[in-house]
Design a protein. Sequence first.
Length: 278
Amino acid sequence: MTQLQGIPESLLIPLAARSYETERPRGIIEDSLSQKIMASLDYDFDKFRGSWMTQVGISVRTWLIDQLVLRFIQQARRPLIINIGCGLDTRRQRLNLEDIPWIDLDVPEVILLRKQFFTETELNRFIAKSMLDETWMDDVMTWSSYSKKSEILIIVEGVLMYFERSEVQQFFNFVSQKFSQHQRQMIVECCSQLMADHTQYHPTVSRLDSRPSFKFGYNRLPDFVKILPQTLRVSSEHSLFDYYSHRWKGLGILRWIPYLKYRLNNKIVVIGQREREI
């Protein structure tokens, strides 16, 4: 297996979580492809087994983002999906979206690994760049499946927490500017600042060989809104505690306590463009 260091190693956590969840008779998701990929990799995945909160959290976020992606595609006339920090994500395959223009973006060593299991097609392009390398957007706009009329959905799942606040703000700014002429939406995952300050206690990230650290998070939605350019607005915010409450065991009660549910679990934030004033 391609040696993964730092943030790229973290892609193995969701791969394992989706695989373990698929073993359950009535799991939140079903992902046999992730099982096949995990079985072929030379890595000690057993250290992640038993981390039930991570498994439930990743399964819920996967399911939730699946629903949001499908809703976007149903409403868009010319959807184009950009998956930032794609890792070994299987959403396009699991949801049978092979007829939708789809870009998978990640750093070169991850794309090299991804190519061992996935094949680029006319409608599925791989871009081997960091999300902070603004030239990836030029690659999108010169792609044969791109159109000036494309309605763009950008997915940023399990990524932002590894970057500094200033870098996250920079990312939102240049994405908003570059795709300003498009109907666009973003689905992003964020952790709380409380969690970002205590990566060493995370049940799975702390077990990675390279020990990457969380940096960016927010406790209150207004704190997140402050880093967005004026052209973007938050459409909705979803705590993972709000879904599959029976799987959260005693923690399921936190869905009724806003102060805690947004600090002790990750959030999925849907971002849309602000309507121009007439």
